[in-house]
Design a protein around this ligand. Structure first.
Ligand code: HEM
Length: 94
C-alpha cells in the first residue's frame, strides 16, 4: 500500500486544498502540469486561458448546484483520470 497523500481521495473535495480565506494551499503533491524536464510546455497559456474563461463566466452568471447534489468522483468513470459522473448546475444571469 502507498502512503496516504490526503484522506478520502475518491471524494470530490476541492476544500482540502483551500484555506479559510479561500486561497489555494500550496502542496508539492498537486502537480496538474507535471514537473521536471517533461513538464507541460503550455502551462502559462493554460493558466491564463482558464483564468479568463472562469472570470468571464463568473462575472456574468451566478452558479448554484440547482438540480442535484454536487458529484462525487466514482470508479465508474475512471479513464485516464478520475472524473465525476455527469451532473447539472444552474446558471442565472447576474
Ligand atoms: C489545463 C490545461 C493543461 C494541463 C492540465 C496540462 C497538463 C500536462 C501534463 C500533466 C503533461 C505531462 C507532463 C509530464 O510528462 O510529466 C503535459 C505535457 C505537455 N503539454 Fe500540457 N497541459 C495543459 C495544457 C496545455 C496547452 C494549452 C498546451 C499547448 C499550447 C500544452 C502542451 C503540452 C506539451 C507540448 C506537453 C509535452 C511536453 C514534453 O513532453 O516535453 N498543454 N501537459
Amino acid at each position: 500500500m502507498g502512503a496516504i497523500i490526503w484522506p478520502s481521495p475518491h471524494t470530490f473535495s476541492p476544500a482540502r486544498h483551500i484555506d479559510e480565506s479561500g486561497k489555494f494551499v500550496y502542496s508539492p503533491k498537486v502537480i496538474p502540469f507535471g514537473i521536471g524536464r517533461r513538464a507541460c510546455i503550455g502551462e502559462s497559456l493554460a493558466r491564463s486561458e482558464i483564468f479568463l474563461m472562469f472570470v468571464g463566466i463568473l462575472q456574468r452568471f451566478t452558479i448554484t448546484s440547482g438540480y442535484s447534489n454536487l458529484p462525487t468522483i466514482s470508479n465508474e468513470h475512471l479513464g485516464l483520470f478520475y472524473g465525476p459522473k455527469p451532473y447539472k448546475v444552474r446558471l442565472e444571469h447576474r
